[in-house]
Ligand binder design. Sequence first.
Ligand code: OAD
Length: 239
Amino acid sequence: MPAVSVSSADRVFVLTGAGVSAESGLPTFRAEDGLWAGFRVEDVCTPDAWRRDPAAVWAFYSARRAQGQSAKPNPAHLALAELEAQIPSRFFLCTQNVDDLHERAGSANLIHMHGELAKSRCEHECGSPPVEDRAVYAGLDDVPRCACGGRLRPHIVFFGEIPFEMPRIEREISLSTLMLVVGTSGNVYPAANFVHWARQAGARTVYIGPERPLNAPAFTEIVEGKAGEVMPGLFRIDN
Ligand code: OAD
């Protein structure tokens, strides 16, 4: 397989999706047996669902917390951490994933644009910061309240909410010369647009995954295969 060359002039922006964690045993969303197969997004991942039925929302995210407890980083997470270690000041990782497998693999400069499963925050904009929370709640009565009286909600970006840190993400994309996108189907915006923004900024754009994403035509290169199999040794650093 031809290597992806990273030169001393390159600034690398990485976007990952559920596919990067698939080989760690975490299901993707849109596969036939994926996370959305047993759920309607509107019932568990929208502000309206939270207002209508917070118990159903917590049941979904509690189940995901339980499922993630035994997951470990796979060779794809490790390959990205290794790439960052080689070019730390020219590397930025943006993940759509809410698991913490990138951190546990050693990635440091990263943003969780769709939130983090291991955190909760007040349902109101009361100014309290998100808190570490890995609890698997058996029912709504177990879910703590914030000092302001609001219920804690998962620190997850629901559909219809704006992803976190968009200004920083946009700035990093505009500076990048190489965009690597790993394991995301290109269904969800604004993430599906990042490749177009990178192309407009003149960057090379490489997709890594076993299937072509919806936005495949926007990539200058596609590396076909499972991320954990094709990523170790994929990058050639020319410093
Ligand atoms: P999807 O489930 O839509 O897509 C997962 C992608 O991973 C597919 O394109 C698969 O081909 C690919 N894939 C599967 N196994 C892989 C492997 N071993 N290596 C590499 N790729 C593999 O998940 P996302 O695109 O991440 O948002 O979904 C985007 C967002 O939609 C999620 O962040 C989530 C979801 O609704 C929120 O919850 C806000």
